[in-house]
Design a protein around this ligand. Structure first.
Ligand SMILES: NC(=O)c1ccc[n+]([C@@H]2O[C@H](COP(=O)([O-])OP(=O)(O)OC[C@H]3O[C@@H](n4cnc5c(N)ncnc54)[C@H](OP(=O)(O)O)[C@@H]3O)[C@@H](O)[C@H]2O)c1
Length: 362
């Protein structure tokens, strides 16, 4: 059946979400609802879910109701031919990394534009590790991937890194970053669904998340690195991360200690963070007006109150909140909060695809 006939608005780009039943997949479904440029046509997942109705299969855990039309959709298997028959070229991926490795490569060889949350290709030399309002210029790396008949892949970073890189970008641009020490308090939804067993985490903190500290260190240096004709030259600064899982539903809190190349006082740091406009006033539907919100409240940011920071409405959860900025000897310390499945995952991927659209890559 060709669903083009039933589509609401033929000007919108038809898209598929793969891994649509998981924690990030559900956010894609929520954020793509009534998107002005993209229309969600296919929800796909594993063979275990394929063939069932979305609403009968998914353990919907989000703050808004499941979109009714998507709830009625049949979950598909990931299949290039079915996607092509439905007119799809753009695919958002929320697959586990080990599955993404083969599936995303296959989609790219079949001509699809893949915007992925998985870590499988993040560090690829010709693959953008992109946060549109932080390192939008890195999108140009896809030119190195272009081959006739093939698509390309654009990745977004690990959820913790997305917040950290956003906070560091204006500081690096203005003062230069020499070193970063970050300690994280990461939410349960960061481990996917169903994630960490409840008996391991209720009333507890686990000071270990497999491979997380390594990802924070290497991805941050790539995002804030310099684009060259051969790829990205990683930032020379040093990053040391300590990551813990805490019994919080959504939102990663990070305590960041930064050594700057140029001395700066707290008020200068606040001003630089507040004034940051990563897209230089270009407008994307999912981009927040202010990527960074600075709070003066000594008890914030807190996941309970601040995870949905960001405006306009479509960019709710797309701003990071920074607070408790202090100068300690020659270093600056602050707390930062990022919504891990919105700015840290699905929202970032959608914002990246929006940038690709206005830059002529879709
Ligand atoms: N959670 C976060 O905050 C976050 C943030 C940034 C990036 N990420 C990354 O995003 C990806 C998704 O994370 P998640 O937290 O959403 O994981 P999740 O809740 O475990 O969801 C995984 C999804 O992948 C599907 N899947 C699993 N095996 C498959 C297969 N063999 N073929 C097709 N589909 C398959 C699952 O479908 P079934 O239901 O049918 O099994 C489900 O839809 C991961 O790579 C993760 O590292 C996550």
């Amino acid at each position: 059946m060709n669903r083009l006939k039933g589509r609401e608005n033929l000007d919108r780009i038809p898209v598929a979400v793969i891994g649509a039943t998981g924690a990030v997949g559900q956010r894609f479904v929520q954020l793509l609802k009534s998107h002005p440029w993209f229309e969600l046509i296919i929800v796909a997942a594993s063979g275990k879910s394929a063939g069932k109705r979305y609403k009968d299969t998914v353990n919907w855990g989000l703050d808004e109701k499941m979109p009714e039309d998507i709830g009625e959709k049949k979950i598909e298997e990931i299949n290039s031919k079915t996607f092509k028959d439905e007119g799809i070229e753009l695919v958002f991926s929320a697959l586990p990394a080990n599955i993404a490795k083969e599936v995303e490569l296959d989609l790219v060889s079949n001509g699809f534009y893949v915007f992925s949350n998985a870590s499988a290709y993040r560090m690829g030399k010709d693959v953008p590790l992109l946060i549109a309002d932080v390192n939008g210029d890195h999108l140009g790396l896809v030119d190195l991937q272009r081959e006739a008949g093939k698509g390309y892949i654009v990745t977004n970073p690990n959820c913790t890194v997305t917040g950290l890189a956003t906070g560091l970008k204006p500081l690096d641009r203005e003062f230069g970053v020499r070193s970063v020490v970050v300690t994280t308090y990461q939410a349960l939804s960061g481990a996917g669904y169903p994630g960490v067993p409840s008996l391991d985490i209720i009333g507890n903190i686990i000071p270990y998340i497999p491979n997380e500290e390594e990802k924070v260190e290497e991805e941050c240096k790539k995002i804030l690195g310099k684009l060259t004709v051969e790829g990205v030259e990683p930032s020379p600064f040093y990053v040391f991360a300590s990551c813990a899982r805490v019994p919080v539903r959504d939102g990663h809190l990070e305590s960041v200690l930064v050594e700057l190349e140029e001395d700066a006082v707290v008020d200068e740091v606040k001003k630089v963070l507040r004034d940051y406009d990563g897209l230089e006033s270009r407008t994307l539907p999912t981009a927040p007006k202010k990527p960074i919100i600075v709070t003066e409240d000594e008890s914030r940011p807190q996941p309970l109150f601040d995870i949905y920071s960001g405006s306009p409405k479509r960019a709710k959860g797309m701003s990071v909140t920074v607070g408790r900025i202090k100068r300690i000897h020659d270093k600056i310390r602050f707390f930062l909060l990022v919504h891990n499945t919105i700015r840290g995952a699905a929202g970032c991927s959608i914002m990246n695809a929006e940038l690709a659209k206005i830059e002529g890559y879709l």
